[in-house]
Design a protein around this ligand. Structure first.
Ligand code: ADP
Ligand code: ZN
Length: 753
């Protein structure tokens, strides 16, 4: 037999190797193998098995990695789809589907010495006191790790060796599985009684989950259910009890003999979230291991978690983006919580979007997919409108609590009071004072973005826009230029605000970070206990938990933070949420700026009033009448969707098209520009077949220069992305760009700014 193998080092090519007799029957499609390649030995994945090869003198497979094949046929099929759609070599896609710790050649299991009891054959010999102490513990445990025994008894290894010499115990090297949650005390939970909205949603999901082929009465029973009715968009406001619906849907899948994958944005994958899932399936007749996959685990823990899934011991997986590749088989359900989150997009090759991969995987494997969010992405809601997905609505909170009152504060008026540019409005200051007096808690939120900024007038709120692209122009302070990062349009920085009734000479962006907010707060409320939480503060992994615990237990009065605190957290005593500068995310050079702002405001507002006291939200803005702000104020998602989709339609932005973003990078700006122009000409010539194609750029990327590289981008828009991807794969192969200019392709990018 012959194995066809893809190698990580040789892209877009596969090589045939002979399977030597000693490995007969052990090499499968999906096996990871070590093979000779020139003078080296390299690792690869078997993609098919053949009877014969056209190449003479095949070299042999040297080694099989792991006891089981690592890429299941279904995950292999998914990897092939990713390679094709996201325009990357199969090897790169395959690299993305296995955790690093699993791909390694070295054995990944941790071996430890275990002490186990050997039933005494004759009478019990006389023991010293130390020996007796150790023996008592061993007798009670029957078997335990040597280190653990030494810790419990305070004795030395020598004592244990003496017991071994007496024939009372055996000391053996064994695999010891790591459990990242071993320290947590998890109390089992029972399913809650669902309210009518939850019941209705669950019933539809359950109906779509059908037993796998082996236990089906008629073969392919599920084939009669069209794929569309097996992908759901669960639109439920924060606190509507979506998680409980997920839990009961998973229980149903388990009852049908199938497993489940739950995707959660990395940032929401807190111990509390994981515990909710573990607690439900830790006992009872549906008991199963819940495996967790995310970047905070050690490599060893990730290795062990993955193998628990591969061996079928863990039937439920909860994890961040890459958990979508977990080898759960059979797979009955995929949940993507907070489906609108941009962190589901991988920013390096393979540049896949885990939500979209989930939908594709669901279709390939006949699994039900539930996309959940309080603020669905325009893409998903559009699909639901067109009946590609089935829409499930849960418009009220579980406990019938009201959504918080949202007040929008016009910061232009505040700044016209003549005391200079203020961070806090009078109204917000007074509200904070009132809450602190009642010993209630406050969250202040600043959605500051890193590098790209717009030009905004602090008096009238005017923001410079591109006349062609409907995105904000980016202010390049050093060059004193305004630049559109989609089409390249340039403008000079005005001396005074161009609004004729304003003409403010002080038009300039006034930088504002969480740090400055924290300092100002300290001055305004000297008695309050204030903590800041943003990625600068959270360099250490435990800080996040500690700050949240302190906040929960009332040791902090005001929490100041970025996106991090907008996510699924539940604090009953928070009655006031302030959004310091709501416009910041509005004026980035990205057509999704409005959508993102709406989502952020809605999510943040959802943090207030989750206890018994009604919540209050203050949104400070320089453009208070912007639709994203006004619809968020009224908690009106459909209203926002209607007006936003109209804008997308007009400019042919997603979901009315799909985008491919070509990025060219290099140290020599002229060469990069020249190559970018060359690429554009080629695209125009070669892609005329795609009638609806729109080509914009080249233009400098929003991050115009990074790590000494100049970055230029070209944006392509079409409805026929599968075709465009295919063309791009062919074209990018054929172009010969200068060696120091690198081209990358990002399909369905989420981050343009
Ligand atoms: P979401 O995920 O939609 O924000 P959650 O599932 O976290 O909402 O639910 C919010 C709170 O309501 C949780 O504390 C949850 O335990 C509780 N809850 C959910 N469903 C019910 C129910 N049917 N009865 C009582 N409490 C519920
Ligand atoms: Zn433009």
């Amino acid at each position: 037999m012959i194995a066809r193998v893809t190698l990580e080092i040789a892209l877009r090519k596969e090589f045939d190797y002979a399977i030597p007799p000693e490995f007969a029957g052990q090499v499968e499609v999906g096996s990871r193998v070590k093979v000779p390649f020139g003078p080296r030995q390299v690792l690869g994945v078997v993609t098919s098995l053949l009877e014969a090869s056209t190449h003479p003198n095949l070299r042999p497979v040297l080694k099989i990695i792991g006891r089981q094949s690592q890429v299941t046929p279904r995950v292999l099929q998914l990897a092939r789809w990713i390679a094709e759609y996201y325009c990357c070599p199969v090897e790169i896609a395959l690299k993305g589907v296995l955790p690093e710790a699993v791909r390694k050649e070295a054995e990944g299991w941790r071996q430890r010495l275990f002490v186990s009891i050997v039933p005494p054959s004759g009478g019990m010999p006389k023991l010293t006191r130390r020996q007796q102490d150790a023996w008592n513990v061993i007798e009670e445990w029957r078997e335990l790790p040597l280190q653990e025994l030494l810790r419990l008894t305070g004795t030395t290894a020598k004592t244990v060796r003496q017991l071994e010499d007496l024939g009372l115990v055996a000391i053996r090297r064994k695999v010891s599985e790591r459990d990242p949650y071993a320290q947590e005390h998890i109390l089992p939970t029972q399913p809650l009684r669902l309210n009518p909205e939850q019941s209705a949603a669950l019933a539809k999901i359950q109906k779509a989950i059908v037993a796998p082929p082996s236990s089906r009465l008629t073969p392919h029973a599920s084939d009669s259910v069209p794929a569309a009715s097996r992908t759901f968009l669960l639109h439920g406001v924060t606190g509507s009890g979506k998680t409980e619906v997920y839990l009961q849907a998973i229980a149903h899948a388990l009852e049908q003999g199938q497993g489940a994958i739950v995707l959660v944005p990395e940032i929401s994958l807190t111990p509390q979230t994981v515990e909710r899932f573990k607690a439900r399936f830790s006992s009872g007749k549906l008991q199963t291991l819940v495996a967790v996959l995310h970047s905070h685990l050690s490599a060893g823990e990730r290795h062990d978690e993955w193998h628990k899934i591969r061996q079928g011991r863990a039937r439920i997986v909860i994890g961040a983006r890459s958990a979508i590749f977990a080898p759960v088989d059979p797979l009955g359900l995929i949940v993507v919580d907070e489906e609108h989150e941009h962190s589901y997009k991988q920013e390096e090759a393979p540049r896949y979007h885990a939500r979209d991969v989930a939908v594709v995987r669901g279709q390939m494997e006949g699994a039900v997919v539930v996309l959940g969010s309080a603020t669905p992405s325009l893409e998903s809601f559009y699909n639901a409108q067109r009946a590609k997905y089935a829409l499930l609505e849960m418009p009220s909170r579980v406990d019938d609590q009201k959504l918080p009152i949202v007040r929008v504060v016009d910061m232009r008026k505040e700044n016209r009071k003549g005391k200079g540019v203020q961070i806090f409005s009078q109204q917000l200051k007074e509200a904070i004072t009132r809450r602190l007096e009642k010993a209630e808690q406050v969250i202040l939120f600043l959605n500051r973005r890193g590098f790209s900024t717009s030009l905004q007038c602090p008096l009238c709120g005017y923001v410079a826009q591109c006349p062609n692209c409907s995105v904000s122009l980016t202010y390049h302070r050093a060059a004193l230029k305004l630049l559109c990062h989609v089409c390249g349009h340039q403008a000079t920085v005005p001396q005074v605000c161009p609004q004729s009734n304003c003409a403010n000479p002080a038009i300039r962006y006034s930088g504002l970070g969480t740090q400055r907010v924290e300092e100002t707060l300290g001055r305004l409320f000297p008695a309050a206990r204030i903590r800041r939480m943003d990625s600068d503060v959270l360099k250490r992994k435990d800080d996040y938990r500690r700050i949240l615990t302190d906040f929960r237990t009332g040791k902090i009065d005001i929490l100041v933070g970025t996106q991090m605190i907008a996510k699924g957290l539940h604090f009953p005593n928070v009655t006031l949420v302030g959004i310091v500068h709501a416009d910041l995310s509005l004026h980035i050079a990205d057509f999704r700026a409005g959508e993102r702002t709406f989502q952020l405001l809605t999510q943040v507002a959802g943090r207030a009033g989750r206890g018994d006291v009604e919540g209050e939200v203050f949104v400070q803005a320089f453009t208070p009448f912007h639709p994203a702000i006004q619809y968020a104020r009224r908690h009106d998602f459909p209203g926002f969707y209607e007006q936003e989709i109209e804008f997308r339609e007009q400019l042919k932005y997603p979901p009315l098209s799909r985008i491919a973003l070509l990025m060219l990078k290099g140290r020599n700006e002229e060469k990069v520009m020249f190559s970018a122009n060359h690429v554009r000409c080629q695209l125009e010539k070669e892609l005329a077949v795609l009638k609806d194609l729109i080509i914009a750029g080249p233009a400098p990327a929003p991050l115009a220069r990074a790590e000494a590289n100049y970055r230029y981008q070209i944006m392509l828009r079409t409805r026929q992305m599968t075709q465009l991807s295919r063309h791009l794969a062919r074209l990018t192969e054929s172009w010969s760009l200068p060696a120091d200019v690198v081209l990358s392709v990002d399909i369905d990018p989420v981050d343009l700014a």
